[in-house]
Design a protein around this ligand. Structure first.
Ligand SMILES: NC(=O)c1ccc[n+]([C@@H]2O[C@H](COP(=O)([O-])OP(=O)(O)OC[C@H]3O[C@@H](n4cnc5c(N)ncnc54)[C@H](OP(=O)(O)O)[C@@H]3O)[C@@H](O)[C@H]2O)c1
Length: 303
């Protein structure tokens, strides 16, 4: 199955893979990256006020020649430059060079000021004004969503959170909670098992599946994320990888492949927890030894 559209709770649809501009920097090079991503088939660009390259993304979108309706634009309120939500969306629209965005998100719960209900009411107003087709949140956890839902007239269409093989089990309750209210989860940083946490238990099934399917590990991870029914938000600066990411929508992962990655992911999460515990224990012992040493040097008897 290729990268399809996913229906949102407000009747619109969102392309299930997005090209993110977070680490692309600014200037001509980032225009070229977004240009290339669109040319290989990405129709969803994920940017943010805080990424500092909305103007570059906008330039690439204009240069693509695509009609506005054929490109899906997500941007986020990142609480920068002292702008209110209302001012920030106007600034983003200007930089992007469009009259509306498709999805506007509150980037982090802490940016919902003075509180979540008040900030969300502003988001609802932006939607009513047609400045954004859909509204949503990012990095919200269940307690944040509960507060929001209790006061909302319009439920968020999406919650963009980190989802990869090593944190999937931890994120599952949040994903399920979202489903109850029609909130689609978007998963960013799906490639963490090979970018920031290589060498863990996921490597083995990943390499086996990649060899069998003659695919790259990053393609298998994207196909795995897709199998979870989330919108996959990824990125690369390499054209060859961009093409691979688009092709990953057709990778025929089996139920067993998905289960093997899930299982390895769970083990990795346990290993991480154990490692964190050991690191903390070593740190506390170290502090204790320093305190004892200092006390000894000062002639204080603390034992
Ligand atoms: N809402 C939020 O708070 C939030 C937070 C983080 C991210 N995001 C969004 O999600 C997007 C993607 O985030 P991400 O960059 O963390 O996602 P990712 O898809 O997990 O990682 C993308 C990175 O993986 C590298 N990569 C791909 N294949 C690789 C391989 N085989 N070996 C080593 N590295 C490989 C790419 O490097 P190359 O360029 O070298 O190919 C690229 O830098 C962001 O741009 C942003 O739009 C949102």
């Amino acid at each position: 199955m290729p990268w399809d559209l996913i229906k949102l709770n407000d009747g619109t649809s969102i392309p299930s893979v997005a090209y993110g501009t977070w680490r692309l920097g600014s200037g001509d090079q980032s225009v070229d990256y977004v240009d290339e991503a669109i040319s290989v088939g990405f129709s969803h660009i994920d940017t943010a006020q805080g990424y500092g390259n909305e103007a570059e993304a906008g330039k690439a979108i204009r240069e693509s020649g695509l009609a506005r309706k054929d490109i899906y634009i997500t941007t986020k309120f990142s609480n920068r430059d002292g702008l209110t939500i209302e001012e920030a969306i106007q600034s983003s629209l200007k930089k992007l060079g469009v009259e509306y965005v498709d999805l506007y998100l509150i980037h982090w719960p802490g940016y919902a000021q003075p509180d979540i209900p008040t900030a969300w009411a502003v988001m609802e107003k932006l939607k009513a004004q047609g400045l954004t087709k859909s509204i949503g949140v990012s990095n919200f956890e269940i307690p944040h969503l509960e507060i929001l839902i209790n006061s909302a007239k319009v439920y968020p269409a999406a919650n963009q959170i980190q989802i990869h093989a090593y944190n999937f089990q931890d994120q599952l309750p949040l994903i399920e909670f979202g489903k109850k209210y029609g909130i689609v989860s978007e998963g960013y940083s799906p490639l963490i098992p090979i970018t920031r946490m290589p060498g863990g238990p996921v490597d083995k099934p990943l390499n086996e599946i990649s060899s069998r399917l003659n695919a790259k590990p990053e393609q298998v991870l994207l196909a795995w994320a897709k199998s979870k029914g989330v919108v996959v938000v990824t990125s690369t600066t390499k054209k060859e990888r961009m093409e691979g990411y688009i092709a990953a929508g057709d990778l025929p992962l089996t139920v067993e492949d998905i289960a093997a990655i899930d299982e390895a992911g769970k083990q990795g999460a346990r290993q991480q927890t154990a490692r964190t515990f050991i690191r903390r224990a070593v740190f506390i012992c170290g502090l204790g030894a320093i305190a004892l040493g200092l006390a000894g040097a000062l002639g204080i008897d603390i034992l």
